[in-house]
Design a protein around this ligand. Structure first.
Ligand SMILES: [Zn+2]
Length: 682
């Protein structure tokens, strides 16, 4: 590990923040915090924090000594000055005289001492920073330190390695007690340059930003030098010749770890993130994965994202996916029963007032395929995957060095069921479609874009399916959706798009089958080729998408929703529009057939009958010519309905969302046309 310190970059950072009134101390604090945060071997997802002791002018105009310490919710790699809120130093230091302080009181006192009352909560490790006298204090959860301290004699190894330079502190839960422990350690050995926190990480400190940072790099490098990071210690398992693909396995896992409910619509799903690579495969393909892979987390705070134990399952063969699914469900049942027993035993120990969290695993290790991590959003799942990948790296090196021996038992319960975490439970409400995955065909068009926005607003993960190219990429980047390139008129191409969605999010809950285009011709002499081309898109495109969707939904076994975009022509045909309306009428029948055959699987099937929407099908030129032909203004033409208002793409998008949320509606058509008696369903 090399120091990335650059005098030029440091100076540039100071100069760039000076106009905003940020002093040099804080600017340099931002600079080295980012250097530390940018290295995943040092810091992952909240696993670290930094501080500087400086002076600021408070709201009353007085100069005040403060601790600027990392605030919760900020990522060290991208931190800005507001991510290091200033806390009155004196208000924190007086707490050192206390014998005990609850986490709730500690958080309240930290907030009470904030210079800016709107600032984020200062880190849970704030008091540790405050009690040390050094101006710059750096803290990371460096993999190499965790690897060494996860050995049976880890503390001795570190004492031997760092000698007089650091004090080794045993595991103590972060908060007031750990802060006291560390400040006592420093008082007893005031020449030290750092603290090694067993199974947790490392603190280094100095008078300048550069000193504290370079001590961190130096001491972590010493730990790395003890280890062999090219190690490949695991005997590999023999895999089946036909290992299943990520797209085949992911929906089965996603269904198996969904938390069941009485009404399938209330099933609590997860978004999955798949991860693989040389180190991960060596780890998950190890013959003894069931041993080293299930001893516990490399550092206790992982339990908040990954639970105490990862789930290990046998390798899936393509020829026996049903057998894999059955084994997996059995493994999940055992995991849940063990979790419940673990919770009950520990809850009794602490007084019985904790609320049990969902018992599902967050990391599933699949030989031959890699690891899957689960979260309540794609971002959460990716964060859990980062921790799981770090676990594979650390355990591999730890097992090559000696024996991976993590903390287990009560300490892990105390972290997962931390009072501050429990207090968040009732405050965080999820959006109605959070944890759901929706695919939208014709995703790059006007209705597709509005549909992506509408589903995103309800919390869903959105995948846009459309022909590969600039329009799709642009639509995805405009809406924050995933671009799944595929052609609904080509079975192989469309399947590839659905596979990409399953690989990215773990499965699918909602299909908005929206791709379409209009063809015209008098029915008595229209070219057969025109009819066939229209059928290919306006009927077969829907059937292909629906087939691919129900295949994934059935692998999950948690229901789903199919929503088809049909047209007024399917209900109320117009002259010359047969080539468009007839396949759409067939699609309406298709919708009903899916409702009939998949209702028992909890899959609803409905349609939206939209009319006269400005889009690729009804362009500005067409609107101009049609309104002119009828002697109407464009406004009167577009608003020629019972409500006298133009129907917009976002009205259609809202109807899709409505049907996705609807619990007891299947086989129905929802009309979105502003009111047209001739097109009313009967
Ligand atoms: Zn920490």
């Amino acid at each position: 590990m090399k120091s990335l310190w650059s005098d030029t970059d440091a100076q540039n950072t100071v100069e760039s923040y000076a106009p905003q009134g940020v002093n040099a101390d804080l600017a340099l604090r931002v600079y080295t915090t980012r250097l530390l945060g940018g290295d995943p071997a040092l810091v992952l997802h909240g696993g670290g924090n930094t501080s500087v002791k400086t002076a600021v002018t408070d709201l009353s105009g007085a100069d005040t000594d403060v601790l600027c310490v990392k605030g919760s919710g900020w990522d060290m790699a991208t931190i800005e000055p507001p991510g290091l809120p200033a806390v009155r130093l004196e208000g924190l230091r007086v707490l050192e005289d206390r014998d005990a302080l609850s986490d709730e009181d500690m958080v309240a006192l930290q907030r009470q001492n904030l210079i800016d009352p709107k600032a984020p909560n200062p880190s849970i490790e704030t008091l540790l920073h405050a009690f040390l006298p050094h101006r710059f204090v750096d803290h990371t959860h460096a993999n190499a330190i965790v690897t060494l301290t996860d050995q049976p004699d880890g503390e001795d190894i570190c004492r031997d390695l760092f000698g007089e330079r650091a004090v080794v502190v045993p595991w103590v839960i972060p908060g007031f007690e750990l802060a006291k422990f560390c400040s006592d350690a420093w008082r007893a050995h005031s020449g030290i340059e750092g603290l090694i926190l067993s199974m947790h990480g490392i603190f280094t400190f100095g008078e300048t930003a550069r000193d504290a940072y370079e001590l961190m790099i130096d001491m972590v490098s010493m730990a790395e030098a003890r280890l062999d990071d090219g190690a490949r210690p695991f005997l590999q398992v023999k895999l089946p010749a036909d290992v299943a693909s990520v797209a085949q396995v992911a929906p089965i896992i996603r269904g198996a770890i969904a938390v069941p409910a009485n009404d399938a619509r209330d099933t609590q799903r997860f978004i999955l993130h798949h991860r693989t690579g040389d180190t991960i495969r060596h780890y998950v393909d190890g013959a003894d994965l069931g041993d080293y892979g299930t001893r516990g987390p490399i550092t206790p705070d992982h339990v908040l994202r990954t639970k105490r134990l990862h789930l290990v399952v046998p390798p899936p063969g393509i020829g026996d996916l049903d057998g894999f699914a059955e084994n997996l469900r059995g493994a999940v049942d055992t995991y849940v029963a063990d979790y419940r027993a673990w919770f009950e035993a520990n809850n009794a120990r602490v007084g019985g007032d904790k609320t049990m969290l969902d018992p599902m695993p967050r990391v599933v290790l699949v030989p031959g395929v890699g690891l899957f991590a689960a979260g309540k959003s794609a971002g959460d799942a990716a964060a859990a995957a980062d921790l799981a990948e770090a676990t594979a790296e650390v355990v591999t090196v730890a097992e090559a060095y000696g024996r991976f021996t993590p903390l287990d038992g009560e300490a892990l319960f105390d972290i997962e069921y931390w009072s501050l975490e429990q207090a968040k439970l009732n405050k965080t409400s999820e959006k109605p479609l959070q944890r759901r995955i929706v695919a939208v065909t014709g995703g790059a068009g006007g209705i597709g874009l509005e549909t992506a926005r509408a589903f995103k607003a309800e919390g869903a993960e959105v995948a846009l399916i459309d022909l590969p190219g600039e329009a799709l990429e642009q639509a995805a980047s405009d809406t924050g959706a995933f671009a799944a390139a595929g052609d609904v008129t080509e079975t192989g191409s469309l399947e590839a798009a659905f596979n990409a969605i399953a690989e990215t999010f773990g499965g699918l809950d909602i299909l908005v089958s929206n791709a379409g285009a209009a063809w015209q011709g008098d029915i008595g002499d229209v070219d057969e080729e025109v009819m066939r081309t229209s059928f290919e898109l306006n009927f077969w495109g829907h059937q292909r998408a629906a087939q691919a969707a129900v295949r994934i939904m059935q692998a999950q076994g948690t229901g789903g929703a199919l929503i088809f975009n049909v047209t007024k022509q399917a209900v109320n045909p117009g002259p010359g529009l047969g080539p468009y309306g007839i396949p759409k009428a067939a699609t309406m029948a298709l919708m009903r057939q899916y409702a009939l055959e998949y209702g028992a699987h909890g899959i609803t099937s409905n349609a939206v009958n939209a009319d006269r929407i400005r889009s690729g099908l009804l362009t500005g030129d067409m609107i101009a010519s049609r309104s002119q032909a009828r002697g109407l203004s464009e406004q009167d033409y577009m608003g020629g309905n019972l409500l006298h208002r133009e129907v917009e793409a976002r009205d259609v998008a809202r109807a899709f969302v409505h049907l996705a949320l609807s619990r007891a509606t299947t086989g129905a058509v929802l009309t979105v046309d502003g009111g047209n008696v001739a097109a009313m369903m009967r």
